[in-house]
Design a protein around this ligand. Sequence first.
Ligand SMILES: Cc1ncc(COP(=O)(O)O)c(C=O)c1O
Length: 419
Amino acid sequence: MTSLQVETTYNVEAIRADFPILQRRINGHSLIYLDNAATSQKPRQVIDALVHYYEYTNANVHRGLHTLAEEATVAYEAARAKVARFIGAEPECVVFTRNTTEAINLVAYAWGLANLKPGDQIVLSEMEHHSNIVPWQLIARLTGAQLHYVPFTPEGELDTEAFEEALRREPKLVAITHVSNVLGTINPVEELTREAQEAGAKVLIDGAQAAPHKPVDVTQIGCDFYAFSGHKMLAPTGIGALYARRELLEQMEPFMGGGSMIRRVTHEYSTWADIPTKFEAGTPNIADGVAFGAAVDYLQQVGIQAIQQHEQQLTAELLHLLEDEEDIVIYGPRDPKRRCGLVSFNFKHVHPHDVAQILDKYGIAIRAGHHCCQLIMRRLDVTATARASFYLYNTIEEVRAFWKALREVRKVFGKYGGR
Ligand SMILES: Cc1ncc(COP(=O)(O)O)c(C=O)c1O
């Protein structure tokens, strides 16, 4: 690592120096990037790993006998080992995918189609991202399985009584998010997994908002599947991962067929390569995979626990600043320890799209919309929210600048939205 110094105290300035994009000015202001739940920025070390791969190593993996092919294979598999270690898994149990969405679809088609029958129950929660709803709707349509949704409480926590009630239906699958990308809620996945498995279900955890921001150990959680995206954790877009328990990966038929994933092909049938290659048909996303390894190295050097604590401080500060604003509604748990580093909110009288557009004039990037969570929007009785989401390079000064910029929103629209 070039400029980052590993220190006992969290050195946010040293971290920021590694992210070239943070030098940008937007509309005459220093960029304040608070859209990390959508995608994170990339440090120089990850960009360098990507460029280095193309400049020195580029070749196709797994089947070449020349030096470059061998080096590319070693780099790609080393990245898989790093990503696996980062979540407490063995490398063979980690399949590279494009993103969380593809990882969930892989489970839906490779496991769901083979194991679900008419009337089988799939339990989801109402705080799921569309990528953990729509694949199950498609599979339910194909298999005749039924979907059951667990609601969340007005505080934005999963309704545990309703969850237990749902388990009495003896579901075949429970698919639930680790951290909500709208409410910020951290679900107690270890406990939920244990209860669901005791009820006979397989458990899939959507880790898209957890793996980048808090320590994750899939062995400790005990889940059957865990899906996450590289681009939300400093890696390039187009690379993500699915963890699955070894015996499930071994039992499951491939999701896609083609080159690389076979052992033998005859006129009539084929046999499959070992896991995880069985699930990686065709030429994989080698370069982005290698850079995913560099991203994990970076997160580990800073320390994922330190990152979580830092984000908790930023979240606590923002919740504190917003709590006296009577024209702002905040969604999700009030206790910063019960949530990850994002805050969704709405002005009572200003549309969140207007909020985001005005903030952009001050160089502040936030997200406004339904965040691919229309079931949450329905329960909150809104069509959209504004969302500020933090990462390791955000500062307390940025949180305060964001809060001050919200006053400008009020100046433009008036306290009552100009009405
Ligand atoms: C909780 C959650 N799940 C799944 C996804 C989908 O991630 P991707 O678009 O990288 O597949 C997101 C993206 O925002 C998310 O926040």
